[in-house]
Design a protein around this ligand. Structure first.
Ligand code: SF4
Length: 478
């Protein structure tokens, strides 16, 4: 069983190599404490231990309908059995605010949840890419998502600048996979030539995203642990991008020793958090038998069980199967996509520029593909990314193509700042004139062209103009 963090939340790890042989990389000498752990450094260790037990209980409660029924019927007995304060029932059953609780552990748990949210907001800010056109494009996507998706989905989307896939397909085959992962076909092994390409790929991404590239992840429609060399690639990632990538895996319960080694390695390299996707109560039993509550204080167990209280996002396979399992799938517009940036598959050597959206017939996986390409080597990748940025990440609305307000843009009050006449709004809703044609038409009504272009630039910057990629066959960014 893993040891719990010390009072400062840090772990003391051996500095042994992860693997032997030519691919071996030594871990760094002094394990830093992750930022997330550091914010709890002042908490009393006994209270923090209580918080860990509450966190574990809530995760089980979310996953297990039998526990929920038992807790409702006999709250005090169940609380005692699970070592949580009896007042927790007030929070779970009656939504009584934690921070108002008279119980010290529950108040600390409230602080823990609040700090987790603050930490998430901080990470979202740190995902802003270094290059201005990329940064502005991401902000426009965030603004669009803010309008198109319910709050609970928006809060969860970090808009990462990059995600890598180190496999082709996924072995897990979840019925609800929001990205409709195909069957596992191949993995990107850490051969010397692949390592070289991987490291050069990371450098290319660092050039366009800057420090934000370190917030990227090394999985997408893949399970990271399908790749036996995942940990090696993570260490390259850390060395080149300055951060050890966060992991979400459904395969942790199948190889608990590997999961434990990965967690230790990630913490040793300052990783803020990791997640296990838990598909069954048996898997939750295995995880909670292996790891103490304290050791999973910074590792989330995501309830993906049949009786989970968290509905599956209506995207990908869940959207296809939703009609057969309406109680399990969200009825709201949803997505699990979290990248406004580049999606790079290493075995395929493919690169796509994507952004989240509500899944639907046009984008069933809950993300738009703004451009896609392939590459053989890092130079080609660099060229392709530069081309995609030039084609897609415009710094002003194109003057020679029709401009249109987003089709989902329904609130005319938000146009108040742009001094647009009825005619201008009508033309922008129709999307039948270019920016220049609109400016000329409005000029004949006495509106200076400069004023129209100024308004169009403002609408563009706010993400109000439609930039949805053309359907296939009409690709502007081939
Ligand atoms: S949800 Fe994750 S683990 Fe499950 S099939 Fe999709 S990619 Fe694989």
């Amino acid at each position: 069983m893993m040891k719990a963090p010390g009072a400062c939340g840090g772990f003391h790890l051996e500095t042994t190599s992860l693997v032997d042989g030519p691919n071996a990389i030594m871990s760094i000498d002094l394990p830093p404490t992750s930022r997330l752990q550091a914010v709890f450094a002042d908490e009393d260790p006994g209270i923090l231990r209580g918080v860990a037990w509450v966190k574990r209980f809530v995760e089980r409660w979310l996953a297990d309908d039998r526990l929920r029924a038992a807790y409702l019927a006999q709250p005090d007995e169940v609380a005692g059995e699970h070592r949580v304060p009896r007042e927790l029932a007030g929070y779970l059953h009656a939504n009584i605010p934690l921070l108002a609780s008279g119980n010290l552990v529950l108040r600390a748990y409230g602080r823990y949840l609040k700090r987790r949210m603050e930490h998430r907001a901080e990470m979202r800010r740190e995902c802003a890419p270094a290059l201005a056109p990329f940064r502005a494009w991401r902000e426009r996507q965030m603004s669009r998502c803010q309008d198109q998706l319910p709050d609970q989905y928006n809060e969860a989307i970090l808009h990462l600048p990059v995600a890598f896939e180190l496999s082709k397909g996924c072995s897990v085959g979840c019925w609800f996979c929001g990205l409709s992962a195909a069957r596992l076909e191949s993995v990107f092994s850490a051969s010397p030539s692949n390592r070289k390409l991987w490291r050069e790929t990371l450098e290319v991404v660092r050039e366009v995203a800057g420090p934000a590239a370190g917030q990227g992840i090394a999985f997408w429609a893949t399970d990271p642990l399908d790749n036996p060399d995942y940990e090696i690639f993570c260490q390259d990632f850390h060395q080149i991008l300055g951060r050890f990538p966060a992991t979400t895996t459904a395969l942790g319960p199948k190889d608990l020793d590997r999961a434990e080694r990965l967690l230790r390695l990630s913490w040793a390299n300052g990783c803020d958090f990791n997640r296990f996707s838990v598909l069954s109560l048996a898997q939750m039993d295995a995880l909670t038998a292996h790891f103490s509550p304290e050791s999973l204080l910074y590792v989330d167990l995501i309830a993906q069980t049949r009786s989970s209280l968290t509905p599956k996002a209506q995207a990908g396979k869940a959207m296809e199967k939703g009609e057969n399992a309406p109680a399990l799938v969200s009825s709201e517009p949803s997505t699990i996509a979290c990248v406004s940036g580049f999606l790079i598959n290493m075995p395929n050597r493919s690169v796509r520029l994507v952004s989240p959206c509500a899944a639907g017939p046009r984008w069933p996986m809950g993300y738009r593909v703004h451009a896609s390409s392939s590459f053989i080597n890092a130079k080609e990748l660099r060229d392709e990314i530069a081309r995609m940025m030039a084609d897609v990440m415009k710094t002003a609305p194109p003057r020679d193509r029709p401009v249109r307000l987003r089709r989902d843009f329904k609130n005319p009050d938000r146009l108040a700042d742009f001094s647009l006449s009825e005619l201008a709004v009508s033309r922008l809703n129709q999307g039948c004139v270019t920016g220049t044609e609109l400016a000329l038409e409005l000029e004949s009504e006495g509106v200076p062209m400069a004023q129209t272009f100024h308004s169009l630039n403002g609408l563009f910057d706010q993400g109000f103009l439609d930039d949805e990629p053309e359907p296939e066959g009409h690709e502007m960014h081939a």
